[in-house]
Unconditional design. Structure first.
Length: 219
């Protein structure tokens, strides 16, 4: 499913249980558009999660959805940051979805994309729209954790963060009109550009956007 790149503040933040004081709402972290309307402010979406709100308001579970798309944040452009980049999000909602379902799906994804020998770990984290929440790391695919001190990619840690995930927060379900306690679900999201950089050993995100055919034809 795809969604609009110009979004409402409600879909991008409030519907996802992101409070008014959250730093991601600041003008330094979000591209707000002018003028403000009676329906609130419009913005360039800062993640693909607003599509969760749009889909769940329109449809009832069971739902299994993948959301690709461009997102925008006012980051200074350098080798690892861009003001526009790509995200891929997935979410599943049904009567009895468990965290173990999320873990199993991501384990298959990691091994298919990075190889059967790739290890995965979950670290507790905080996201307003999921509870519990986690960040997922994979064993470094560059040094294979054998030369940790020499690896510039994992910084000698032996692990690389690839995505965030968690169980969809009950407040998000309430915000789209689902009965409290009736459904459970999980969501995960990742930066497509970062995944491609890791998989293909690309050290500068700007290469994706400079239209150099010598680079692009490799893919």
């Amino acid at each position: 499913v795809e969604g609009p790149e110009i979004e409402t503040e409600e879909n991008n933040f409030s519907g996802l249980n992101i409070p008014l004081e959250h730093p991601s709402r600041d003008a330094f972290d979000t591209f707000y558009l002018k003028p403000e309307t009676r329906k609130g402010r419009f913005l360039l979406r800062s993640h693909t999660s607003p599509v969760q709100i749009r889909v769940m308001r329109k449809y009832r579970p069971p739902l299994a959805v993948i959301v690709p798309g461009k997102v925008y944040r006012p980051d200074a452009v350098d080798a690892s940051h861009s003001f526009m980049f790509h995200q891929l999000e997935g979410f599943l909602v049904d009567d009895d979805v468990k965290f173990s379902d999320l873990k199993g799906i991501l384990a298959v994804f990691v091994k298919k994309l990075f190889g059967e020998d790739t290890k995965m770990r979950f670290r507790p984290h905080f996201f307003p729209f999921t509870e519990p929440s986690a960040e997922v790391d994979i064993s470094c695919i560059i040094c294979k954790s054998n030369q940790k001190n020499k690896c510039s990619v994992c910084g000698g840690k032996g692990w690389l963060e690839i995505l965030g995930c968690g169980m969809i927060h009950p407040n998000v379900f309430a915000n789209v009109g689902y009965p409290r306690g009736k459904y459970t679900g999980f969501a995960f999201g990742m930066g497509v550009d970062r995944i491609a950089m890791l998989k293909y050993g690309i050290n500068d995100i700007r290469l994706f956007y400079e239209n150099d055919l010598r680079f692009l034809r490799q893919f």
